[in-house]
Design a protein around this ligand. Structure first.
Ligand SMILES: Nc1nc2c(ncn2[C@@H]2O[C@H](COP(=O)(O)OP(=O)(O)OP(=O)(O)O)[C@@H](O)[C@H]2O)c(=O)[nH]1
Ligand SMILES: [Mg+2]
Length: 358
């Protein structure tokens, strides 16, 4: 097997490369598991390249790296190749070198083609979380796909499916069961040789179970969810890239607890295309969509053109994206938005009461 079997493309070769190439299959404390032309090996970062105020980005699972291969011991990683997609908690662009040092290890998966956003039909389905995942996935540069799991536990999930399709605009939605194999053939389009798919979702939704079902054997460990509150047990503890016999690569991730404060500013355009299509059409170009005359957004919310909860989700995620850039500005804005939303809601209730009286 060679590195092209792990997704390496000829255009990634550089004539001035100082070493050989590898793909990161897992990140551990202090060292990395890599796949190389010579098979799997362990490696660490070259200090003079990655530390001491150097700006080279720390590698993450899925990254292609340049290494000095060592036949006798740990190899040395000397360069992180440019990523085609990534999940990043923050974006280092625009920040100085000193700051970059503290945030350059914030990328948690890289170089994937598809993101499977996984929620379980029996317990985990949550619209707001789905919106967050969708924005994050669009932002990553890969294509999101929604995978609803555990169909075998639910008799009729048609209402959930309809809701998800409403939120996941322009995104394929699949319902599957890793237990019975239901719906797995519908995923074939994404599971092609040389492609990489990353699985995202809360603990216990069945990410590792799906990896095993696709592999046809146990490659990831799976644990019963907790009986008292149906929560997962955070069984998968680090991100791992697994190559299946079909040639597709899967990055299984631990259920992410801290999905809140990720930079999703660019992903919002795609995931909220329904809301976005009305933006910029108000009478005033600097309309804040509060009480201004000629506000198209408010008008569409009144008329049902935009669902109020979609608008609120959009505002929430937009504010969080702003937070990533500027904490202070975020707090001021949050206060202001909160107050005006409350005033607006109170006014609506008052109007409704008045209307009922007449
Ligand atoms: N009935 C049923 N149970 C499933 C299915 N898929 C997964 N499970 C069960 O759900 C529980 C959690 O599955 P995992 O695959 O460990 O979940 P995970 O998303 O990898 O969880 P973390 O690694 O903690 O993030 C296990 O008890 C699985 O057997 C399914 O399709 N049907
Ligand atoms: Mg798991």
């Amino acid at each position: 097997m060679n590195l092209t079997d792990y997704g390496f493309l000829p255009q990634m070769y550089s004539t001035d490369a100082e070493g050989t190439y590898a793909r990161v299959i897992a990140v551990h404390k202090g060292h990395y598991s890599l796949f190389t032309e010579y098979g799997e090996c362990s490696a660490k970062l070259k200090a003079g390249v990655y530390f001491n105020n150097c700006t080279e980005e720390f590698p993450t699972t899925g990254d292609f790296v340049e290494i000095q291969y060592n036949t006798k011991g740990e190899s040395l990683i000397i360069k992180t190749l440019k990523r085609k997609s990534k999940f990043a908690r923050n974006d280092s662009s625009g920040h100085g070198i000193a700051y970059a040092k503290t945030i350059k290890d914030q990328t948690v998966a890289a170089n994937f083609d598809f993101v499977f956003i996984m929620q379980s039909l029996n317990h985990d389905m949550n619209r707001k979380r789905l919106e967050r995942y969708l924005a994050l996935s669009w932002q990553s540069g890969a294509l999101p796909v929604v995978v609803l799991t555990k169909t075998d536990l639910i008799e009729d999930y048609s209402a959930t499916l309809a809701l998800v399709k409403q939120v996941a605009i322009g995104v394929d939605v699949h319902a599957i069961s890793a237990k019975t194999g239901y719906g797995l053939e519908g995923l074939a389009d994404y599971l092609k040789k040389g492609k990489t798919v990353v699985f995202l979702g809360s603990s216990g939704v069945g990410k590792s179970s799906l990896v095993n079902a696709l592999a046809g054997k146990v490659v990831m460990s799976v644990q019963e969810i907790r009986e008292n509150d149906s929560k997962g047990r955070h069984t998968t503890t680090h991100r791992q890239l697994v190559r299946l016999e079909s040639g597709v690569m899967v990055i299984d991730t631990p259920g992410m607890r801290e999905l809140g404060m990720w930079n999703v500013s660019e992903g919002l355009d795609e995931s909220f295309s329904d809301v976005k299509s009305f933006l910029g059409r108000c009478k005033f170009s600097d309309c804040r969509h509060e009480n201004e005359p000629g506000c198209i957004i408010r008008m569409e919310i009144e008329n049902g053109g935009i669902a109020l909860e979609r608008w609120e989700s959009y505002l929430t995620l937009k504010k969080e994206a702003a937070f990533v850039d500027d904490k202070a500005a975020y707090l001021r804005e949050k206060d202001h938005q909160h107050v005006t939303m409350k005033v607006w809601e109170r006014q609506k209730k008052k109007d409704a009461r008045n209307n009922n009286r007449h």
